[in-house]
Design a protein around this ligand. Structure first.
Ligand code: GLA
Length: 743
């Protein structure tokens, strides 16, 4: 039993392998949060001593008890317009103008299995690994019922949370804020880590002390965004990769999100996370329900590695669909950086032959194959073959490519519409536009209103038609602008605040239907690179194009930041040409592969432009990746250097049985008269002997000194470390594989 209710103490205790989470039905039915942290037994109400704090009001019924205030006691899910002046989790308003929510315990239920959410991606139970706790609170004035849902994955150290609101009253209730979870951390000193960025520079780690007041990580762009990833970490100031306490908060949501973190007058921290309340509202008629997106919560007392490993495993096993996630992924060659819009049937066939000759598994035909699309000004919405470029249509072309024994993938951008398209000419009202106002254009395109049933149905029919007709193994699902001009012709005036969330629900429904109907097709998410890299999309697309920036040195920090929450198997990463198209930098071909191999691995270049030596090198890369892909996908990732601090970046994979490890190192700032390149490995079995199985240096003239080739114990590799030979050159790199001596 991972969920225990103590009748006498009125506590709920959620136990996972290494953590304990406890709440209590407190005085007057208020639900208090007692503890979340390292696994411990007991009742933790002794921690929260009542104290009379000036200007913190007391519940009416306790008016003589000035020590007890909602403003100072840790709450499990804060209400609003009451005495708790900290962040509220729910803001509600009735027809009669009763604003706020005073939430008191009504009932609870503990049951085996995982609760389900309607129309939203959520973690699933792989068979007896989850228990559900549901606690319903209610607000007497409005009749609003708030059902807090907890999924406890004991063995995986993960707690999922979501909230189901129900209008149990007799008047309309409008929600203005409906957070997925609230978490009070009453004691300690904390820092915030979040992952900010921009197009072509996503998920840059930023760490800062929590300041008094509220700090906000949010997106109002209709997508989880390049700018602020929804995943945040709260950690102790001295937390590192290998030590210290940290909490990870990850919304399973792809739309407008917001996580507020408040450091209050008592030094207590409150985290409230969920749909961004800015511009959001949702009307609930009597009897109606609203469910929030899910949130994943975990805690590590052993630093960021442990936190990341927990998320990596959970996303792979409990968020992504198994058939796709755990299957071996094809190594692909994508036409985008090879040809952009400039291709036709002959060029694509030549590209396919070259791709086959190199030895990749799949050719992906990127943007430009449909309508009359020669640049990004037209045709989004017209998902039929471009008659000028592909006069015989897609089917015969794809057949010819398949006949080469090559899989085929196709790029689509279903959520968008070009004004110059037959779709727009037929349905101009399907684009988001505020009546009387010209909509903003982004990349010359408008956004389809996915809150409308007929739009989702039309997209489903069109895309499933393509998937039925064509021998496709893969779809790249792109989204190249953000939402503006929010107005839906299908929603009444008082429900326009629902549009941004309804858009995401429409998207999820579409993805759900397609991935159910075509389980053999691999969907890769994309939004101008990694502009929608989140656990919601990962439920349908087990891999997401990490960034439009394919420069390996830029990718180091992008993939580094991404790896804190998301597994390597989810990160789309390709070797592209040099000089790089985004930065103009030239790097060794091997360094590009070293970095791309810490992702799904593929190519984004025209092989016809490669020299014979480069082709030979690529064939060797393919051999190496195939030999290592299982270790990379299912091994534990260790980040050995912190965000660009030393002149090199190093990271390591360790197989689940600790029998094999891969060390990658890239010299980002080659130095004159360099200091020794010394690295300590992690995660090995200290008592076992390892031997160097494979070793490659790229972009430099170096070889491994004899002493490092082993046999050498795991303890020596981890505690004494290894010293690599000098690597002189422009951004050189190395890949070293050790295996247990008898493995
Ligand atoms: C986006 C994607 C790219 C490519 C282009 C095509 O920018 O991130 O990979 O598919 O669109 O227009």
């Amino acid at each position: 039993m991972s969920i225990l209710f103590d009748k006498e103490k009125q506590t709920f205790t959620l136990q996972t392998r290494s953590t304990t989470y406890q709440l209590q039905i407190g005085p007057l039915g208020y639900l208090l949060h007692l503890y979340y942290g390292r696994r411990a037994e007991g009742c933790f109400d002794y921690l929260h001593l009542p104290r009379d704090c000036g200007f913190s009001a007391n519940p009416y019924e306790l008016q003589d008890d000035r020590g007890w205030s909602l403003d100072t006691m840790p709450q499990e899910y804060s209400g609003s317009n009451g005495a708790d002046f900290r962040l509220s989790s729910v803001e509600a308003e009735t027809e009669r103008g009763q604003i706020g929510a005073d939430l008191r315990y009504l009932r609870h239920q503990i049951r085996p299995g995982k609760y389900a959410l309607n129309g939203l991606p959520a973690a699933f139970d792989c068979g007896g690994e989850c228990e559900t706790l549901s606690i319903t609170l209610s607000d007497a004035a409005s009749g609003l019922e708030v059902e807090l849902l907890y999924g406890v994955f004991e063995a995986k150290d993960m707690i999922t949370r979501a909230v189901r609101f129900r209008n149990g009253g007799d008047q309309m209730i409008r929600l203005h804020r409906a957070a997925s979870a609230c978490l009070d951390i009453p004691f300690g000193s904390w820092e915030l880590i979040h992952f900010h960025g921009r197009h072509t520079l996503e998920r840059q780690l930023e760490r800062r002390a929590l300041l008094n007041g509220i700090q906000t990580i949010a997106s109002g762009r209709g997508a989880s965004s390049h700018q602020h990833n929804p995943f945040v970490i709260i950690c102790e100031p001295d937390a590192t990769e290998t030590a210290g306490t940290c909490y990870g908060v990850m919304p399973v949501y792809s739309g407008n999100h917001r996580t507020d973190i408040e450091l209050d007058q008592s030094g207590s921290v409150r985290i409230v996370s969920g749909i961004n309340p800015d511009g959001f509202s949702w009307c609930l008629a009597p009897g109606q329900c609203f469910e929030t997106p899910e949130l994943l919560l975990t805690y590590s007392a052993e630093g960021f590695h442990r936190l990341s490993h927990t998320f990596h495993r959970f996303i792979r096993e409990n968020i992504c669909r198994h058939d796709r996630e755990l299957a071996e992924r094809p190594i692909l060659l994508n036409s985008w950086e090879a040809m952009y819009f400039d291709f036709d049937e002959t060029k694509l066939l030549n590209l396919a032959r070259e791709a086959k000759d190199l030895g990749v598994d799949m050719l992906v035909i990127d943007d430009g194959w449909f309508g009359h699309r020669d640049d990004d000004h037209s045709s989004l919405g017209d998902w039929t073959a471009n008659p000028r470029k592909l006069p015989h249509g897609l089917k015969p072309l794809l057949k010819q490519i398949s006949d080469l024994d090559l899989k085929v993938g196709l790029w689509v951008e279903p959520e968008m519409i070009s004004e110059d398209s037959d779709l727009y000419r037929a349905h101009p009202d399907w684009a988001l536009t505020v009546p009387g106002r010209k909509p903003a254009v982004g990349r010359n395109q408008l956004v389809l209103d996915l809150s409308r049933r007929e739009v989702v149905d039309w997209l489903h029919e069109t895309l499933s038609g393509l998937l039925r007709e064509l021998p496709l193994s893969y779809v790249k699902w792109d989204m190249n602008r953000h939402l503006t001009d929010l107005y839906s012709a299908s929603l009444p005036a008082d429900r326009q605040g629902e549009l941004a969330h309804r858009y995401v629900l429409g998207l999820y429904e579409l993805l759900e239907r397609l991935t159910e109907e075509f389980p053999e097709v691999l969907f890769e998410g994309c939004a101008g690179g990694g502009g929608r890299f989140d656990a919601g999309m990962l439920a349908y697309c087990p891999q997401i194009w990490c960034s439009d920036n394919t420069d390996p040195i830029s990718r180091l920090s992008i993939q580094y930041g991404t790896s804190f929450g998301y597994p390597v198997s989810s990160m789309g990463a390709h070797v592209s040409t040099a000089p790089n198209h985004q930065t103009g930098r030239t790097t060794p071909l091997g360094t590009r592969a070293t970095v791309a191999m810490s992702g799904t691995f593929g190519y984004e270049l025209d092989p016809a432009k490669l020299t014979a030596d480069e082709k030979r090198e690529i064939r060797e890369q393919l051999r190496r990746f195939r030999a290592l892909s299982q270790l990379i996908d299912s091994g534990a990732l260790y980040r050995l250097t912190e965000g660009g601090k030393p002149p090199f970046t190093a990271w390591q994979f360790v197989s689940p049985d600790q029998g094999q490890t891969l060390l990658n190192i890239v010299l980002t700032n080659p130095e004159a008269n360099p200091r020794p390149l010394h690295i300590c490995l992690r995660g090995l079995d200290p008592d076992v002997e390892y031997v160097l199985e494979d070793c490659a240096f790229y972009g430099c003239d170096a070889a491994m000194p004899a002493g490092c080739t082993g046999p050498i114990t795991g303890a020596a590799l981890m505690y004494a470390g290894v010293t690599l030979p000098p690597m002189l050159g422009d951004t050189p790199s190395a890949q070293l594989v050790w295996k247990t001596k008898n493995g």
